[in-house]
Ligand binder design. Structure first.
Ligand SMILES: O=C(O)CCC(=O)C(=O)O
Ligand SMILES: [Fe+2]
Length: 191
């Protein structure tokens, strides 16, 4: 965990980059394979983007509306190169938006083809209570508040750790005028 990795100016600039991505690839409400709407809204940048619907969890080369995902902004790639890997760039940047009452249940990130690459996560906006456990469901977990500008790397042992977001403290940051939290997750998909 890199606390306060991004300064205010870097955070504001990233928000502008994300606004440009969202202008091309609008946020959508994903549904789980069992048909339940998730509470986060999401979109992606990169060669492929993560989607979920009745057909399952997977990476797709296009947004559900049929258009190609926009490229990953350079400033986002720079974060990956600094803390993730210099050997290759990520294929995908998932953009999660947490409004009031949004959360994310405990899960593993395992739709990628190669778990030797880390997952890099960037938090912007409202504070979130992040929970991380073991590589098997259940057991002891650890909770930490992720604040705007924090960067988390899930690699090695932690790459397949169960994790989730229990809650977001709405209005705890001034970065986004209407409140809310943006989380970026960078991943090598490798297939
Ligand atoms: O919002 C977060 O901090 C975590 C997001 C996450 O785990 C995911 O998108 O897979
Ligand atoms: Fe995840």
């Amino acid at each position: 965990m890199f606390e306060g990795f991004l300064d205010q100016a870097a955070q504001r600039s990233l928000v502008e980059d994300i606004r440009r991505v969202v202008a091309h690839a609008p946020l959508f409400t994903p549904t789980t394979p069992s048909g339940k709407a998730m509470t986060v809204r999401m979109t992606s940048a990169g060669r492929v983007g993560w989607v979920t619907d009745h057909s399952g969890y997977r990476y797709e080369p296009a947004h559900p509306n049929g258009t190609a995902w926009p490229p990953i902004p350079d400033a986002v790639l720079e974060i990956w190169r600094a803390v993730g890997s210099k050997d290759r760039d990520p294929d995908s940047c998932l953009i999660n938006f947490y409004g009031e009452d949004a959360k994310m249940g405990m899960h593993q990130d395992r739709d990628e083809g190669d778990f030797s690459w880390p997952v890099v996560s960037v938090s912007l906006g409202d504070e979130a209570l992040f929970r991380i456990g073991n590589t098997t469901r259940g057991g002891k977990t650890e909770s930490l508040w992720l604040r705007s500008g924090d960067v988390v790397v899930m690699g090695g042992e932690a790459r397949l750790a169960y994790h989730g977001v229990d809650r977001v403290k709405h209005g705890s940051s001034l970065l986004l005028p209407k409140g809310g939290r943006i989380n970026l997750t960078l991943r090598v998909v490798a297939d």
